[in-house]
Structure formats: C-alpha cells, structure tokens
Design a protein around this ligand. Sequence first.
Ligand code: B4P
Length: 190
Amino acid sequence: MLNIVIFGPPGAGKGTQSGLLIKNHQLVHCSTGDMLRAAMASGSELGLQVKDIIAAGKLVSDEIVIALIAERIENHPHANGFIFDGFPRTVAQAEALDGLLNSKNTSISCMLSLSVPETELISRLLERGKQSGRSDDNEETISARISEYKNKTLPVADFYQAQGKLVEIEGIGSIEEIADRISGALKDHL
Ligand code: B4P
C-alpha cells in the first residue's frame, strides 16, 4: 500500500496536491478539514461541536479527528492506499495513526512536507477567502491557524523524520511544477 501524509502550514497547497496524487495513484482521501466542514454543513452534532473551534483557528480535539480517520480507514478495506491531508496535526495524532495502520499490517510510506513562506500563505488564504465562504479564511483566524501550526503541528515533522520518512518539497511555483517535484520525490524515495 502507498500511504502518504501530506503536510504543511495552512495554505501550503495540501488539498490541491492531494487531488493530483489521488488521481495518479488511486488513493483514498482522508482530509480531516473536509470531513469537519461536511459535518458543519450537515448541521450534525459533531458540526455544532467544532464550528466555533474552527472559526477561531484552533485545533479540534485529537479524540474527534482520530475517530474520523479510524472510521475512514475501516470503511475502505480494499484501498490501494490512503492520503492523509491535514492529519496528523499533533504528535498524539501521529502515534494514533501508526497504531491504526499497524493493526491493518501497513504503515506510512512517507511524509511530503510542503514549505511555503508565511507571507505567501497569508496572501493565498485571503485570496481564497474572497470566494470560499470559509469561516477561517480571514486575517485574524489565519494568524491563529499559523500559530497553532507552529506550536502544535511542526513537531509532527520531527516524528516522521525520526522514522526516516520526511521528504521536503519546495511549495512555491505553479501547481504543476510542485506536482512534478512531488512525483520526482516519490520515485526517489519509494
Ligand atoms: P484544513 O482544511 O486542513 O485547512 P488548512 O490547513 O488551512 O489547509 P487547506 O487544505 O485549507 O489549505 P491548503 O494547504 O490546501 O483544516 C481546517 C481546520 O479544521 C483547522 O484549522 C482545524 O481547526 C480543523 N482541523 C482539521 N484537521 C485537524 C486535525 N487533524 N486536528 C485538529 N484540528 C483539525 O492550501 C490551499 C490554498 O492555496 C488554496 O487557496 C489554493 O488555491 C492555494 N494554492 C495551492 N497551491 C498553490 C500554488 N502552487 N500557488 C498558489 N496558490 C496555491
């Protein structure tokens, strides 16, 4: 199985590049951000529970997102592999993911880490905010999201580096250029 973690700060292009990888490798998409937005749009109890946390740019609890990922893996017993987009965002989530995959006799193949300077992240997200209608694509929330990323999510890169699975990708350039860098890196690494 090919199991990829796509990693990076808010606005690094994780969702965009995931779409291309899914097409090329027939992977199951596991985006906790998309799952949480779907829950909010449906007005479910989970959606109501996370709405204010997301609008404030804070991380939702580990317990909630780990349960979402466990369910997604369980529902795809014959998958070619999974792409984890926006998950894990804490070391506790990364440890839980290792456990979930081990129980299926598989593991993470690599982590693709997209690096993009902060000024570019802010301008991408503000640009998206003009049309996305997302409660978290505004100046104040973007800055809270970046700060959560630095404090709680960056250590996840060390977790995968310690396993020899971290692959750094320059995240500046056209979407196609970055996709080419990712394909090259996957060929070299796997
Ligand atoms: P996410 O949906 O994961 O939001 P994100 O990190 O901001 O990434 P996003 O997918 O939106 O952006 P991308 O990098 O693709 O999470 C939202 C919230 O949900 C979190 O803040 C948190 O509250 C909660 N949450 C989600 N997962 C969680 C977890 N595991 N634990 C706890 N809480 C969790 O960037 C895309 C933008 O960049 C687009 O506008 C795109 O057009 C643009 N772009 C992409 N590539 C480009 C390029 N090459 N050049 C220019 N622009 C580009």
